[in-house]
Design a protein around this ligand. Sequence first.
Ligand SMILES: Cc1cc2nc3c(=O)[nH]c(=O)nc-3n(C[C@H](O)[C@H](O)[C@H](O)COP(=O)(O)OP(=O)(O)OC[C@H]3O[C@@H](n4cnc5c(N)ncnc54)[C@H](O)[C@@H]3O)c2cc1C
Length: 432
Amino acid sequence: MTTFQLFLWIAAGALLQVALFLFISFWRHWSNFLYLKQKLAISTTPTVPQSAQEASTAHPTHIAAWKGIRNFRVERKVLEDSAGQVCSIYLIPEDGQPLQPFLPGQFLTFKLEIDTKGQGLKPVTRCYSLSDSPNEKYYRITVKRLTSPDPSRVAPGVSSNYIHDHVKVAAVLKALAPAGQFYMNANSEPVVLIGGGIGITPMISMLKWIFEHQPDRETWLFYGVRNTSELAMTSQLLEFARVHYTFQLHLCLSDPHAIEPDALELPFVHLHHVRADIQLLRRLLPLKAYAFYICGPSAMLQSLVPALVDWGVPQERIHFEAFGPASISRAIKAPSSRVSTSLIQAPAKLEINFSKSNKSAQWTSEMGSLLDFAEEQGISVPSSCRSGVCGTCQTKLSKGQVTYNTEALFEIEAGCCLLCISTPTTDISLEI
Ligand SMILES: Cc1cc2nc3c(=O)[nH]c(=O)nc-3n(C[C@H](O)[C@H](O)[C@H](O)COP(=O)(O)OP(=O)(O)OC[C@H]3O[C@@H](n4cnc5c(N)ncnc54)[C@H](O)[C@@H]3O)c2cc1C
């Protein structure tokens, strides 16, 4: 054989290897693509359970467990973090009746009476996520104490400090029935939960529910805090990660000087010194049709939700809830079940007048609820649950008509509307 022939043989061998490599890569991507396409087709078909297991775990049709207020006695109170800033309270119904199940991720709305400035009791309405899995005996909520950003001028958080300092065992609290559209679905699709700060509370409920009903479901949790002193409910999370082989626990510490206590150096804990952001998700998550559940500060939602959409995650697979008063801007609002724009039957453009703010603006159907719209116009409206439960955003409607995108669980006064779940059907005037 001549040198030239040998060279040709080597070149042909190398070419064959490259061709084989390209073929295998293409084939792998193609099968992944077909798998994802099939999964998406299945999951976008309205919710018929796909298997016997799914049928048995599917959530029951959810209706409010009771109407109006129900009294709950505090049975137990426990601290959930090393800094003593997060506590859980266990609540049992005073009427002794069993508790109907809620959906994992839902919240309770509390009607508190608090003497904030030494001027007598004032009504305070606040929502707190249920932080345990549904059971007949008790509800658990977990509350973070909010300090003041400027103690010389601004008071600390009214309700959270009241719960920490004054709500003791045997105290009675008034609550509305569990509600909310942010809850874990009962499909068997793999899920990624992302909790920022105290946004971990609904995630604990979702995780417990998954482990009780779908122990084989692939589940990831990214829990973002600044440093380890802000971690809450760690012992539960570590226990989940130790026991459940389908669960991946990722703790993300955004403070670069955060110290890792030895207690977290465990084979089943993944520690990261970065935020729980899109770069981390893209680096770690395999190519699969995940559903994402996000709860945390609005800054986290504002960056993550659009980044997931840009990454190609279909909007119906992104579910989120913000705890703070700030909403996520409509431009990046993923269409979760929370807002049903399809029900809106309104003319293309409507004139909305905000009489007290002396402003008018044009609303179109893609602009979302009247609460989103008011906030977008720079009008600050007191709000809390953003799902028609707590009544905080009830506002006088002096002209025109609105429609509700979901059933209001709050009894709306005559001549008023709930901005968080309503959209206009005519030109309207609101007294804000
Ligand atoms: C659906 C839902 C679920 C929730 N789940 C949970 C949960 O599981 N756990 C949890 O801890 N929270 C949860 N929250 C948040 C909770 O409802 C309260 O908003 C939170 O506890 C703060 O209420 P607060 O009365 O203590 O604070 P607020 O009195 O409302 O004050 C909030 C912050 O603003 C500051 N502030 C007050 N006045 C001013 C001012 N004039 N200027 C600047 N700053 C000011 C306060 O110092 C405080 O830091 C949830 C919220 C929602 C909507």
